[in-house]
Design a protein around this ligand. Structure first.
Ligand code: PMP
Length: 438
């Protein structure tokens, strides 16, 4: 009997033994194409020698030094390289150990920023109904995923949620994509006015939604309008690029494609590429300056923040991403989207195929014309996950209810080192899985 506390207590899991490029191999020798990196983590695949060597070198030199006493070379270098590539205005990097921690830090930094400025009533957070921002209590409260929130709702901070930018279901007949984006973005202004601008500290969003609906990109102009509204009311814009950042959508930061920069940006997953647990929160010099010239102390922190081995791994990852690997994402993404369209574009139960770069989502529906979803009791996404895994493909099917519509979605987020043949492999295994599950 295993003593590990597994994710699903009724499931049995094969033992993953070895990584080889885009594949994970289990103890019985079965090979799985990693088509989702768990959840868009493994951007460099599983056996990158540059990253593993960087880890070994750093462990030999220094395994740990507490940030209450020291900074370290890998943390300094990594912060410099991140800021050199980050959206304009972002100037400081706070390292953590994952995505939820990055979001917690962002929420607390936003609150402390306003306290330092004397705007003490600002504490309310507005987010979107279609969102996931992590599993710790603050991050969970920020996310809109009902199923994840429900059991813990009495423990949560009071957050409000506006509509997502979800063109497939939200755009009205006859409305242009641009007009749809403006209409939906304007919900933020209405919500700010309802709460009282003096009470609102931040709006939080994923530029491309991941874990609630399988890669939903915004329409053009949506985030520009969001940025305008935040500026107008002095509210901080926190972008959660934990899943969609680090080159996943074709640019190093997803928001680069929307022509805006946030006040606070959270990244994780692809930052360590799975080689080490690491996340980061980037903020502007304005926010950092308020703390520096105020109390001089960010009232937050965990033991392992800025862990030198994690930073060394991440530095090696980032050097590879910025040294050319991330440039592969856009052309590969175009091919992947075309291959998914070819295979499933006319499929009776595929309603939408969407995304950016190597971050693609497929929405399954009972009826394409009416976009009627499958009965949630059927648990279709779970059947797809199982069938894909049996076929040797790791992908990320998910279900959830947004505005009363329960959907089945499949997220495909393969490593950036995949080749054209492997695009074919992903699509054909997905085809097998859909045939078996439907
Ligand atoms: N934000 C987003 C957008 C995510 O997708 C996730 C993880 N799926 C998180 C935050 C939380 O990250 P972690 O699981 O590393 O805590």
């Amino acid at each position: 009997m295993s003593h590990v506390f597994p994710r699903h207590t009724k499931a049995t899991y094969p033992i993953a033994e070895k990584g080889d490029g885009c594949y994970i191999i289990d103890r019985d020798g079965k090979k799985y194409f990693d088509g989702s990196g768990g959840a868009a983590v493994s951007c460099l695949g599983h056996s990158d020698p540059d990253v593993t060597n960087a880890i070994k070198t750093q462990v030999d030199r220094l395994a740990f030094a507490h940030t209450g006493f020291f900074s370290t070379e890998p943390a300094e270098e990594l912060a410099d390289l991140l800021i050199a590539h980050a959206p304009g205005g972002l100037d400081r990097v706070y390292f953590v150990s994952g995505g939820s921690e990055a979001m917690e830090a962002a929420l607390k930094l936003a609150r402390q920023y306003f306290l330092e400025k004397g705007e003490t009533s600002r504490h309310r957070v507005i987010a979107r109904r279609q969102s996931y921002h992590g599993n710790t209590l603050g991050a969970l409260a920020t996310g809109g995923n009902q199923w994840r929130r429900e059991p813990f709702s009495p423990l949560m901070i009071d957050t409000t949620h506006i509509s997502p930018c979800y063109e497939y279901r939200g755009r009205l007949e006859g409305e242009t994509a641009f007009d749809y984006g403006q209409r939906i973005a304007n919900e933020l202004e209405t919500e700010i006015q309802r709460l009282g601008p003096e009470n609102v500290m931040a709006f939080v969003a994923e530029p491309v939604v991941g874990a609630t609906a399988g890669a939903v990109p915004p329409v053009d102009g949506y985030f520009k309008r969001i940025r305008e509204i935040c500026d107008q009311y002095g509210i901080l814009l926190i972008l959660d690029e934990v899943m969609c950042g680090m080159g996943r959508t074709g640019t190093l930061f997803a928001c680069d494609q929307d022509g805006i920069a946030p006040d606070i940006l959270c990244i994780a997953k692809g930052l360590g590429a799975g080689y080490q647990p690491i996340g980061a929160m980037l903020c502007t010099s304005q926010i950092y300056g308020a703390i520096e010239s105020g109390s001089g102390f960010f009232q937050h922190g965990h033991t392992y923040i800025g862990h030198p081995v994690a930073c060394a791994a991440s530095l090696a990852v980032l050097k590879k991403l910025t040294g050319g690997v991330a440039d592969q994402v856009e052309p590969l993404g175009v091919k992947l989207q075309a291959a998914l369209q070819d295979a499933f574009g006319q499929h009776a139960h595929v309603g939408d195929i969407r995304g950016r770069g190597l971050f693609r989502g497929i929405e399954l529906v009972e009826d394409r014309g009416s976009k009627t979803p499958f009965d949630p009791k059927r648990g279709l996404h779970k059947a797809v996950k199982k069938a894909a895994f049996e076929a040797g493909l790791i992908c990320y099917p998910m279900g959830g209810t947004i505005d009363g519509v329960t959907g089945d979605h499949i997220l495909v987020a393969p490593p950036f080192i995949m080749n054209d043949t492997q695009i074919g492999e992903v699509v054909s295994k997905l085809d097998q899985a859909l045939t078996a599950a439907l």
